[in-house]
Design a protein. Sequence first.
Length: 68
Amino acid sequence: MNSEDLAKYIENTNGISKPWLLVQLRLKKLQENKPFLSPEEYLIQLADIHQDAMNLGEWWIGREKEVF
């Protein structure tokens, strides 16, 4: 699945309100753009996405069946 397909999926399933899906979209876009980025820029963007994912905390607790 490419980032365009993932974005359509997120939109069609009302996933825009699910921040973990947006993190996945950002990771997919970064993966697709990796060949065009310097190693330093790639690591900076990856670290930013990682921090955003960590800021989500344990959002899945009590919602395991819904999100996994």
